[in-house]
Design a protein around this ligand. Sequence first.
Ligand code: ATP
Length: 361
Amino acid sequence: MLEVDISGKVGALEFQAQFESEGGVTSLFGQSGAGKTTLTNMIAGLVKPDRGRIALDGTVLFDAAKGINLPVQRRCIGHVFQDARLFPHLSVKSNLTYARWAGGRSGSRDFNEVVELLGLSTLLGRKPETLSGGEKQRVAIGRALLSDPHLLIMDEPLASLDQARRNDILPYLDRLCVDAGIPILYVSHSIEEVARLSSTLVILSEGRTPAYGPVAEMLTRTDLGRATGRHEAGALVHGNVTDIDANWGLTFVDIGGAALQIPDLPAEAGDTVRLRIRARDVALAVEPPKGLSIRNAFQARITSISEESGPYAEILCALEDQTIRARITRASVADLELYTGKEVTVLVKSVAIDRRQRNLV
Ligand SMILES: Nc1ncnc2c1ncn2[C@@H]1O[C@H](COP(=O)(O)OP(=O)(O)OP(=O)(O)O)[C@@H](O)[C@H]1O
């Protein structure tokens, strides 16, 4: 378990961060300049907070009151940065084994296992200059894993890659997050990555942590618009793939109380999938509509209507134990006479579902 409760001043930014996470993948999410990198540097021991305490699995890394401040190398934290920072004169294999040697630990993690996990076997003899950005990042992740860390910090590991390279590396991250068996602190300002990879989400805004908790719950919080960036709001739902219609290229996913039809989802019958549905891609109707091209229409009950200033309202709708989030105009809320408790038809455009989200419930 990672426990963080620290405060201090870095440059002009006042920090006051408090969160706990039980393991799995914890994402630090916030807008640019929110303090994500600084917070990870505090956890890693690269920046010293003024006050507070940081503990990892019961080991105190920092406690200002007790005068404890473990140096970086004794914190057993693997760190992957935006740029891979490989040694240019060493082969991939030597880059991978360097951390283990430099750390002075024999290492219990099997070299071949890490090579297989990250798809590095064909790269071992090559020098970093011959690798693509995504390949370099995979090597950097492998190197960090082989140092046998108790926590792996990944600070926007995909930020310097174009979309094609990101898509190449994301399946490896999926596997890493599920198979690595160590807690991961993942920094990102991409809600797609966060929704796909994490179990716990910590929101960071202007050096503060206004909220943290299970990712699906956090994504339906309508009070965090400023911290998360309103245009990205959406909800995570999970479901089971029940059927595939190869003729029309549709995958049927049962999300409990409704069957979604999703085009080109790379999943098989029996798979459990996690899907992100953006609030702006959801419409509501007070009667089941007819003659629509939208194929995903199901009944749900409004559980909350949040009307802040501006033209939009955020509506949460319950579908058994899951929540769908819709952003519609306040004018529509008034016209349709929507209220908490009302049964509505939720309409989701098939194409709005991020088809990369899978197998990560
Ligand atoms: N050593 C420092 N001296 C002065 N100011 C600093 C220092 N380190 C960070 N800052 C400031 O603290 C704020 C938070 O920076 P940080 O890099 O942690 O944000 P971030 O959320 O990681 O941003 P990004 O997503 O753009 O990488 C910024 O305003 C930055 O300029």
